[in-house]
Design a protein around this ligand. Sequence first.
Ligand code: NDP
Length: 492
Amino acid sequence: MNKKKNVTTAAGAPVKHYEDSQSVGARGPLLLQDYFLHEKLAHFNRERIPERIVHAKGSGAYGTFTVTHDISKYTRAKLFSKIGKETKVFVRFSTVGGEKGSADTERDPRGFAVKFYTEDGNWDLVGNNTPVFFIKDPKKFPDFIHTQKRDPYTNCKSPTMMWDYWSLNPESLHQVLILMSDRGTPVGYRFMNGYGSHTFSLVNDKNERVYVKFHYKTMQGIKTFTDAEAAELKSKDPDFSQRDLVNAIDNGHFPKYALKIQVMTNDQAKTFKWNPFDLTKVWPHADFPLIDVGVIELNENPDNYFAHVEQSAFAPANLVDGIGFSPDKMLQGRILAYPDAHRYRIGVNYDSLPVNKCPYAVNNYHRDGTMRFDGNGGNTPNYRPNSFDTLVEDDKYKGIPYELESNVAGYFDRNENDDDHFTQPGNLFKIMTPEAKANTINNIVGAMSGISGIKKDEIINRQLCHWFRADSQLGMGIAKGLGVEIDPSFLK
Ligand code: NDP
């Protein structure tokens, strides 16, 4: 039997009356001196930390990444150094637009964030279950997210806001098509792929750089809900994905995902028909085949949701030697935005929390700040240069220079080929099975039917033009479903 322990105040003093408040006589008012009552209520009042503005509802698990194939010719990153090498990981999956209490089966992209605890520091690959995104410039992000959240007047989600924005930003079309396909309602988190989405770079031990895209292919196979099934589950089991992940791991059905990469040389990047750093585009597999790397297995449920999942903080800024950034504008924006969000949501010392902490050496001169609980560097110097400690900068971690196309700061124009928002969504629609095509069209018709108000026709017509530009069968199907008559001469 477990040894009995005293219940105590936060300061460790035993509490004799845990539930009954001290009063003046049996029926009198309460006394201020019953401090534990105040402590208990005050702590309760502060239980919530700000929820993430996006990706608020999530599920997480620990696991292992194991290298199965040698990619050392592309990268010197230590976690990939030899076949069989294992690295501990923490993965957080999420929906994007809903609040913390929203339903897991909402039509939404899914976050797929992986923290690799490597000996060279933590590497966070903070991606989604889609290879692309709605926008290609981080300056657009707050406006875009406002349209996915609640209308400032009705405080309800608004299909009119969403489609108004999407139709005015056709670069979203690729991601919107994926979202509207059945991949927009995956069966939990085990049966979907993940993507690093951005273009990153890899550097090998000869200081040679290539560009890279990361893909996680589910080894459980893809499974999706139809729109009707997902809608039904919203009320029947709003925590479907959370329950599914916890139960699977508890029952020994450890989810596995195969990590693969696509590689592009610098010369290929210069001549590739699309901007390889454009987050609304993929690199076709036929041109850039998938290369096997390893397997992630999730095999441990965190013992406390808040401590591990809610307090987990991922940042695309966290890279390790051998893996680098690219000029992908969205990636560049996220380098700044993610740590900034964590400092606001959790506090400046969020990196010291157990789930976020690098298990290997962390040495620097950052000190103090709210909730500094790790010794704060003890009595070691808090400045540099100094004559006392032995911390050094290691030349072998020096980056290699980037070759820039322009030396003009303040370059706001789009890249030349950035206006082709239609070819890749069209390619995706063409490879869908007849059933997937029909479901996608139905899902789009259902979603666009929610557009209302005085701008309804304008928004529908503008978005229909985008669908037609991607694929005329897709455009016709949606127009028919929405009851919009199309002049046949339009198709010529
Ligand atoms: P491929 O035929 O080689 O690849 C098609 C890819 O599409 C596969 O990875 C498949 O995933 C994925 N896929 C199938 N249905 C959907 C869907 N409804 N939503 C999202 N992905 C889906 O063709 P290409 O590489 O030439 O790409 C053609 C189109 O496929 C692209 O324009 C893009 O829209 C989409 N795509 C491409 C990816 C890439 O990195 N090249 C990645 C994902 C999508 P799976 O094998 O797991 O079934």
